[in-house]
Design a protein around this ligand. Structure first.
Ligand SMILES: C[S@@+](CC[C@H](N)C(=O)[O-])C[C@H]1O[C@@H](n2cnc3c(N)ncnc32)[C@H](O)[C@@H]1O
Length: 166
């Protein structure tokens, strides 16, 4: 995208960068994404540049290590929040890396039943409550689809501080 002011995002649990690339395609020229994962082999596969968006790569644990990124326009967590045991404390902590107008962009399975691949599931209803309790006024479901793995429903959601998407 070539219009709009550059934005600065983090992608936590970026894996090999599938969603990092997808996000880069939506951001204005000159934007940046800090892509973080504790799997160094996966992080190596993330490109340094996608379109006109610069990507910095960070190998680390987003639960136990403080986030180096500050004043972010947004944080993407795609299929990653379900690895976090204390999601309330985690959302509270990463929120401090956002600008006051910053948002969370989340992709999760719409289930409350844990399994080895989704140890701490977060249904849309549970996520909405959790984010509302942390002061986010907007929880907007963007889309959903059936996962290729096991047929579970995946949803994406925009979580912002104001009322309505900014
Ligand atoms: C299911 S994959 C999702 C990858 C990518 N976001 C996607 O949707 O294609 C989850 C990723 O989160 C990473 N991850 C899980 N817990 C993590 C943690 N505490 N710190 C850093 N990365 C973590 C895993 O290494 C893995 O790459």
């Amino acid at each position: 995208m070539s219009i709009g002011r550059p934005q600065h995002w983090a992608d936590l649990g970026c894996g090999t960068g599938t969603f990092t690339r997808a996000l880069a395609e939506l951001l204005p020229t000159g934007s940046t994404i800090a892509a973080m994962d504790h799997n160094a082999t996966a992080v190596k596969q993330v490109p340094d540049l996608h379109g006109n968006v610069q990507i910095t790569k960070h190998v680390g644990d987003f639960v136990t290590e403080p986030l180096a990124m500050k004043d972010l326009d947004g944080i993407l967590l795609a299929n990653a929040l379900h690895f976090v045991r204390d999601q309330a404390a985690f959302i509270q902590r990463i929120s401090t890396s956002l600008k006051p107008t910053g948002a969370l962009l989340l992709v999760e399975y719409d289930t409350g039943s844990p399994n080895p691949w989704v140890p701490h599931p977060l249904s849309f209803v549970a996520l909405s409550q959790l984010c509302a309790d942390r002061g986010f006024g907007t929880v907007q479901r963007l889309g959903e689809r059936t996962s290729a793995f096991g047929g579970a429903r995946l949803y994406s959601v925009w979580v912002g501080r104001g009322v309505g998407r900014s």
